[in-house]
Design a protein around this ligand. Structure first.
Ligand SMILES: [Zn+2]
Length: 110
């Protein structure tokens, strides 16, 4: 488990700005990963939320705070890298698969 992450791994908000936090795990320990907007008592508040829903919410909040659009875009781009939105596949595996397919293509050509 990665420790010491400072931003919510669902919405990207820095946890130090979590005024209602910290979010709690089911056993009552503070979550090190998620903010209290996203996470409560060991589960996601919005379990069915897709990343687009979170990004839209972020955008609305940031617009109210008068953030410029490019910053909102930049912020939301980073959201897609957060732990909650990662697929289980490891990047390296994907890379290997791609190489394999390329090799097969080359063989077919010759
Ligand atoms: Zn959050």
């Amino acid at each position: 488990m990665a420790r010491g992450k400072k931003s919510c791994q669902s919405c990207g908000m820095p946890l130090k700005y979590d005024k209602n936090g910290p979010a709690l795990e089911i056993d009552g320990t503070p979550s090190e990963k998620y903010c209290s907007n996203c996470y409560k008592d060991g589960e996601f508040v919005c379990k069915d939320c897709k990343i687009g829903d979170i990004q839209k919410k972020n955008g609305d909040v940031m617009k109210k705070m008068h953030y410029p659009n490019f910053l909102i875009k930049y912020f939301n781009k980073r959201v897609s890298k957060l732990e909650r939105w990662q697929t289980k596949e490891i990047e390296e595996n994907k890379l290997e698969t791609t190489v394999e397919f390329n090799e097969i293509d080359n063989l077919d050509l010759e």
